[in-house]
Each structure stands twice: as C-alpha cells, then as structure tokens.
Design a protein around this ligand. Sequence first.
Ligand code: ATP
Ligand code: MG
Length: 324
Amino acid sequence: MTPFERVDLNKADLEQADPSNADLARAVHGKADLNKTPPAGKALAVTARNVVKAFGERKVLDGLSLDIAPGEFVALLGRSGCGKTTLLRALVGIDAITSGTLSMPPVRAAVFQEPRLMLWKRAWRNVALGVRKPDVQQLALKALAEVGLAERAHAWPATLSGGEAQRVALARALVREPQLLLLDEPFAALDALTRIRMHQLILTLWQAHLPAVLLVTHDVDEALLLADRILVMADGKVAAEISNAGARPRHIDDPQLQEKRRQLLALLGVEEKPTYAAYVAQQGAQLDALHAAQLEARRDAEAQLQTETQPENHSETQRIRVAA
Ligand SMILES: Nc1ncnc2c1ncn2[C@@H]1O[C@H](COP(=O)(O)OP(=O)(O)OP(=O)(O)O)[C@@H](O)[C@H]1O
Ligand SMILES: [Mg+2]
C-alpha cells in the first residue's frame, strides 16, 4: 500500500479540479481516465489501480481503478452481487485485496445497512467504542447531538427506532473524524420519510466535516440527489461514471437530473419505471377504452333489439289477425 499524504482542499478547489461538470455521461469502459497516474501535487483520498479481489478462482474485483478526491461525494451503483461491498470492505481495511494497489487516508469509518450496535451498551458508549481520545464521552455526546440524538444518548439500542439506530451508527463514524466515510446502503432499511431526513442529515454532516464519501446505493435518485459523481460498477470494474456536481439542494424533477437518471438506468440495464402520474394516466386510458367499448356494445344491443322486436311484432300481430 502506498503511503497517503493528505492535502486539504476546499470546495472551490474541488470544483476547479473537476471543471467538466458537464451534464453528459462519460462512459469509461475500463481503460480511460481512471488508469492515468493521479495528478501530481494533489493527493487523492482514494487511489485504486488494477485492484483484483478473488474468492477462490472467481475475481469479484477484476482490474478495478478508482480515484476519489478529498472532500468529494461519490456514489457507487451496480447490480446486486457485482462487488460493491467487496470494494468497500477493502477500502475500510476489513479485507485484503488479491493484487493491485490501493491507497486511502489513515482515518476511515464505515456505516452499513444495519447499524451493528452493541445491544448491551448505551447509545453514547456505542459511539465512543474504540475511540482513544481524551474526553471521549463529551465527543460522543457532541456527535450524537450532531445527528439530532442528544436526548437519546443514554438509551439502550433496543429502544431506538431504525432511523435512530442508524443515526447512532453515523455518530459512531463521525466521532472518528474520518477523512474517508464509506456508506454501504445505509438508508436501505429505512422508510421513505426517514430516508429523506437522513439525506438532509448526511449532506449537512458532509458539508460540516468534508470527508471524502463513497456511498453504495441501489437508489438512483439517492445517488443523483447526494453525489458529486456517480460510478456504475460492472464486470469487477468501474464501468461508467457520470459527473453530477450541480448546486444543492437538488430536486429530482430537475430535467437535468431526469436525463442523468435515464442514462444511469440504461447503464444499469433497468427499464425506467413509469411515474405514478403516468400509471394513473395509463389506467385512466384503459378504463376510458373499456367504457367506450361497453357503451358501443350497449348501443349495438339496443339497436339489435329494436330491429328484432318491431317488424316481427307486426308480422306476429298480422299472423294472429289472419288466424283469427
Ligand atoms: N467471503 C466471500 N467468499 C466467497 N464469495 C464472496 C465472499 N464475499 C462476497 N463474495 C461474492 O462476491 C460477489 C460480490 O459480493 P458483494 O457483497 O460485494 O456484492 P454487492 O455488489 O455488494 O451486492 P449487493 O448489491 O447485493 O449488496 C458475490 O457473488 C458474493 O457471493
Ligand atoms: Mg452489498
């Protein structure tokens, strides 16, 4: 592993470092920019070159290259089983890679889909766990306050809601003041409203502390709302990336985001889901067609009845008269 030298860049530097920010997708397909040597003089938070991680014969990461700038917010999308968690585990330092080079800052923290709290320790003790700093309780309480949980600091994990438990996990990551924050689908198990609140919280925390962030998600909209850059992983590599450095706050109805959404869904090989409005319109059109067909059938039946009853009644009457 190459030694990491941290350079503090502010947001303006970052925007300069990525002036493209054009709204166009840059399909990378393996070889392009990511295999270049990192720009001299500006250390990167993460540099991965030709990383291979094999489980037995199977290479889950297969020549993956990746750069993340300090303070940059990157989202990582990809089909289930494509190796996203494997990459994150290597970046946290839980798993060693098989070959290639990986360089990341010394202080890293991760939040996973489930909060992974020690049930026999109160919330603040979970946050403080393993932190070797003076006044660790104060630091834990401050981190809990930052995620809006000052009043739950002494609660047992079992008494916390899913969103609260996940915020404790976030505070546990924050208290370490990470230069690299790794998030593996941290909002996936939360309800839609809590998830929106978590998005706002994560953006506030990111802007306050400015760690580099790598967020793994299956939610394309989440990636578009949060990240500066969105990567798509396939075949063990970063297969494509989209620059997404527009101003915040963002709204998903923004036509530029909608265009990127289409591009990302196409890259992921997913058909775009119709919106609810489109669904209602489609159902409405089907109902209209059904009503029109029913109306027409009724008119036909009435017309048929008229032609059947009128002349035959006459002839019947005539016949009866004749018979009489
Ligand atoms: N310890 C392991 N031993 C063997 N195979 C593993 C191990 N860990 C992961 N794999 C395999 O590596 C592949 C990638 O797994 P990984 O968890 O990284 O996928 P993922 O992209 O995070 O998927 P998901 O979106 O479903 O979370 C999977 O096929 C998985 O079965
Ligand atoms: Mg995973």
